[in-house]
Write a protein that binds this ligand. Structure first.
Ligand SMILES: Cc1ncc(C[n+]2csc(CCOP(=O)(O)OP(=O)(O)O)c2C)c(N)n1
Ligand code: SF4
Ligand SMILES: [Mg+2]
Length: 314
């Protein structure tokens, strides 16, 4: 049977539009169809692995171009949107989350993925991180934590450990670093997980769980900057003599205090989902208000709605 066609009048003759296949009949995208450009990261950078797993997620879960958006701020890790052949924005340093919030609230049908670095997330964007978490806006946020500003060539970041020598702390960082997991839990994130780019299966598992969560899902993904902080995460990598410990099976992911305790373990700590609870999203709360507002003016023409508003102002 031939595909149904729609005749659309055009300036010169008619054009034939073939309607898209139903979702059930569409093939998933291949990596080739998703890759937009060659990543420009340094050879060996942990971010390569995270990007490869994002492609894998898109492939495995049959996410088509028009169903996802990839948003980032500025930094090496924030270059993701360049490399993914889908809608996305490489936005302003530290402002990926407000931009993504707008996308998420106006397009609830999209999977909104945000990628960035520790500086982008917790330094210039720290404020936005807290508010997006407490508002529980539906999106998945993967922070590739390398404990340094990579793109700008080695400044201290909010996660750099004390004593780390950088261009901004030539005698060694003196300030206590932030703990991303504690920060996310206390800010009100409803999904908080930790992984490392050296364990691909685990990264994919965490990304899938984050994507399936109805709310703000946050993943801290250790991702080594081989250029400016080589060896930072060796003690979490069994191939380098370290240990990779999963969150114990006995851990209750709805127990905030238990999650906080896990977050306080000394490095390398545990990997997996620390915290996961259900709380109404801002998306759902706003949708309710919108529906109620539309209901109130049902059947009225635009000018009548305007007239009503003006009358009320008199
Ligand atoms: C408003 C603004 N301030 C500062 C910068 C300079 N800048 C670009 S990236 C960056 C930090 C990047 O570090 P991080 O977010 O950890 O990403 P990484 O490169 O380590 O992946 C800074 C300070 C900028 N681009 N815009
Ligand atoms: S500078 Fe560091 S974070 Fe940036 S691409 Fe190179 S290794 Fe990766
Ligand atoms: Mg960084």
């Amino acid at each position: 049977m031939s595909s149904p066609t729609i005749e659309i009048p055009a300036r010169s003759g008619n054009i034939t539009v073939v309607p898209p296949l139903p979702d059930s009949e569409r093939k998933g995208l291949t990596k080739k169809e998703m890759a937009a450009d060659h990543p420009t990261w340094c050879p060996g950078c942990g971010d390569f692995s995270v990007l490869a797993l994002y492609f894998k997620l898109i492939e495995k879960r049959k996410l088509w171009h028009e169903k996802i958006t990839t948003i980032a701020g500025i930094g090496c890790s924030s270059r993701f949107p360049y490399f993914v052949q889908a809608h996305g924005v490489h936005f302003i340093h530290g402002r990926a989350l407000p931009f993504a919030s707008g996308v998420s609230l106006s397009r609830p049908d999209l999977h909104v993925f945000v990628f960035g670095g520790d500086g982008d997330a917790f330094s210039i964007g720290g404020n936005h991180f807290n508010h997006t978490a407490r508002k529980n806006i539906k999106m998945s946020y993967v922070v590739m934590d390398n404990w340094v500003y990579g793109l700008t060539k080695k400044q201290t970041s909010p996660t750099s450990p004390q004593g780390f020598k950088s261009k901004t702390d030539t005698w060694g960082a003196m300030d206590q670093p932030i703990n991303p997991m504690k920060q996310a839990i206390s800010a009100g994130a409803t999904f908080v997980a930790r992984t490392t780019s050296t364990n691909p299966n685990h990264v994919l598992q965490m990304m899938e769980a984050a994507m399936d969560h109805d709310g703000f899902s946050f993943i801290e993904c250790l991702s080594e900057c081989v250029e400016f902080y080589p060896g930072a995460f060796d003690s979490s990598n069994p191939r380098k003599g370290g240990v990779f410990n999963l969150v114990p099976d006995s851990h209750d992911v709805t127990d905030e205090i238990a999650a906080y305790k896990l977050a306080g373990e000394p490095f390398p700590g545990s990997f997996g989902i620390f915290y996961k609870v259900n709380r109404p999203t801002k998306n759902a709360n706003e949708a309710k208000i919108n529906t109620a507002a539309v209901e109130k003016v049902k059947g009225l023409k635009d000018w009548q709605i305007l007239q009503k508003n003006f009358d009320r102002m008199k």
